[in-house]
Design a protein around this ligand. Structure first.
Ligand SMILES: [Zn+2]
Length: 257
């Protein structure tokens, strides 16, 4: 479990002691190699409160992190050092993190696939070298192959080339993906044909019953999407009671209009 401490500050550069305090913060953040994350403040409503936060290490970034949700909050996205820019530039309001040594160390030994984002420990990355998760993706094009070379979080994608056997593996896996997709769409087609057959059977039996009972069928339609025979779809049924009587033993779903 990795926890960091979020320290807030709210300073006014017109005040001597605040200026000193701000310099201290800046020096501290620079020493920690934090880069400030700034943006134009837009009525900051839900400021992240000062306090200790547990980091979600299942998906790491190099300068920002997700915190684990607790009873009090749903988890935050926090930055090493964040400082919104206020219209009054003399105001310096923001926060920075403390106790990030362990987290930084973990980030520094975590690798990721620049294509799918899967993260690997150093040990795994040394063994695997090229991401295994996304090789079958049909969106993975040759010009992006380098993205699956595992690189450290925060580093740019490697420009290297993949070994032949990895390329071969990608092609094979993509072929398999493609085959599965064809299989799935073929299966879907087969399923819809089966549905049509089932519907036609119901329709056939329903009409057969009507014919055998001398009930006119010109004004009847079968809606397969709601599996319902509709009486009076062309023109409203005049003698509803009479028809209901006639359909007493009609065992399919129907409606009279
Ligand atoms: Zn990947």
């Amino acid at each position: 479990m990795i926890k960091v401490k979020l320290i807030r500050y709210d300073l006014n550069m017109d005040e001597e002691k605040d200026r000193k305090e701000y310099k201290k913060i800046k020096d501290k953040c620079k020493k920690l190699k934090y880069k400030v994350f700034d943006y134009i403040a837009m009525g900051e409503k839900d400021e992240i409160p000062e306090g200790e936060y547990e980091i979600d290490t299942s998906c790491l970034f190099d300068t920002q992190y997700n915190t684990i949700k607790t009873k009090e909050h749903k988890g935050y996205r926090i930055h090493d050092w964040l400082e919104p820019i206020y219209p009054n530039r003399r105001l310096k309001k923001g926060y920075y993190l403390e106790n990030t040594e362990e987290l930084k160390k973990l980030v520094s030994v975590t690798y990721e696939c620049k294509y799918c984002g899967k993260q690997y420990t150093q040990e795994e990355a040394t063994k695997v070298k090229y991401c295994k998760k996304c090789r079958g993706s049909d969106y993975l094009k040759e010009e992006n192959y380098n993205l699956i070379i595992l690189t450290k979080i925060g580093n740019k994608a490697s420009k290297g080339k993949l070994p032949d056997e990895v390329i071969k593996d990608i092609k094979e896996q993509q072929k398999e993906t493609f085959k599965q997709q064809i299989f799935k769409s073929n299966k879907d087609k087969l399923y819809s044909l089966q549905q049509d057959i089932e519907d036609a059977k119901v329709e056939y039996q329903g009409y057969l019953w009507l014919i055998e009972h001398y009930i006119p069928i010109e004004n009847v339609i079968y809606y397969s999407y709601k599996k319902t025979f509709c009486f009076g779809w062309k023109e409203p049924i005049k003698n509803r009671k009479e028809l209901e009587k006639q359909l007493k033993d009609f065992k399919w779903k129907f409606e009279i209009k």
